[in-house]
Design a protein around this ligand. Structure first.
Ligand SMILES: [Zn+2]
Ligand SMILES: [Zn+2]
Length: 301
């Protein structure tokens, strides 16, 4: 299978001269399975440009997996033009929001309200179907198996593992902050909480284990994170740590912090490489870049 980044920015779209190389669109990844199935991970603003490449196709079937309903992951959904063409089939998948008990259809319904968007849900000409997924229960889409895992974030968030029968696997976190113990070590609640956190971490590492590509939220530097505990995002350090634990074959850092310029991303990246001994290739996600899986290590000449 192969995958392509259409949006790599976190929180808000950031077009402009300082982000032109890595890209300013919010989260969207296109996967093409070995059997040709079209799978889209998240519908940030990047999905708009992806949609332009699909306009000539008739009777298109697309599968859109939503990690969670923060704007930067759903805002492009009403602009996915294949939804307006009869004969197309658009399948949208996501989790059940535990507070409201509403499925992923809410993400469309809310955005297509008259006050926010000029076209109503009734005007979508494609056959649009919504599917509510359950944690740990895989579904089959053509040649791939997709398994959702709940990851820590202020709203319900699924990370998705995608395994292709024809070879290749990836895990995409959506937004993910590795949980922190809120208690100091001497607090009576510390040990019980730490046990829960360790169990959950073990589950998450197991879900990512051995993938050809881990695509992970790495919004912050350590210094930024010190001020932003509980905002729901990981760091470069937490990304490298969990990738090593899960023994992934390649690591892709994404959900770039919206104020981060191309030059700053380059500086951070060379700092990571200079720190050395990562044990696996590490890449910064960049709009337009495409990769084939499974990962084949280059033999040194
Ligand atoms: Zn986000
Ligand atoms: Zn989020």
């Amino acid at each position: 299978m192969k995958f392509k980044f259409w949006g790599v920015r976190g929180s808000i779209a950031t077009p402009g001269p300082k982000t032109v190389r890595y890209g300013g669109n919010t989260t969207c990844i296109e996967i093409t399975s070995s059997a040709g199935d079209l799978i889209i991970l998240d519908a940030g603003t990047g999905i708009h440009a992806l949609a332009q490449t699909l306009l000539d196709q008739r009777n298109l079937t697309a599968h859109i997996l939503i990690t969670h309903t923060h704007w930067d992951h759903i805002q492009g959904l009403p602009f996915f033009l294949p939804m307006f063409r009869p004969g197309n089939r658009i399948n949208i998948y996501g989790g059940l929001e535990p507070v409201t008990h509403q499925g992923i259809e809410r993400a469309m319904r809310v955005q297509l309200q008259h006050a926010y968007f000029p076209i109503s849900e009734a005007q979508l000409k494609a056959e649009v179907r919504y599917t509510t997924l359950k944690a740990g229960e895989p579904i089959r889409i053509g040649s791939v198996r997709v398994t959702p895992t709940v990851l820590n974030h202020p709203v319900f968030n699924f990370g998705y593992r995608v395994d292709d029968d024809g070879g290749g696997s990836l895990f995409f976190t959506g937004d993910y902050e590795p949980p922190l113990n809120p208690y100091p070590e001497q607090h009576p609640g510390y040990s019980a909480m730490q046990e829960l956190i360790d169990q959950k971490n073990e589950e998450v590492v197991g879900a990512m284990a051995g993938v050809d590509a881990l695509i992970i939220d790495s919004s912050y530097t350590d210094a930024e994170y010190a001020e932003r505990h509980g905002w729901g995002h990981g760091t470069y350090r937490s990304a490298l740590d969990i990738a090593a634990q899960a023994k992934v074959k390649q690591l892709f850092l994404t959900h770039h912090e919206p104020t981060r310029s191309d030059a700053e991303l380059d500086t951070i990246y060379s700092g990571l490489l200079q720190a050395g001994q990562l044990g696996f290739p590490v890449w910064l996600a960049r709009e337009g870049d495409q990769y084939c899986l499974p990962f084949v290590a280059e033999n040194p000449a």
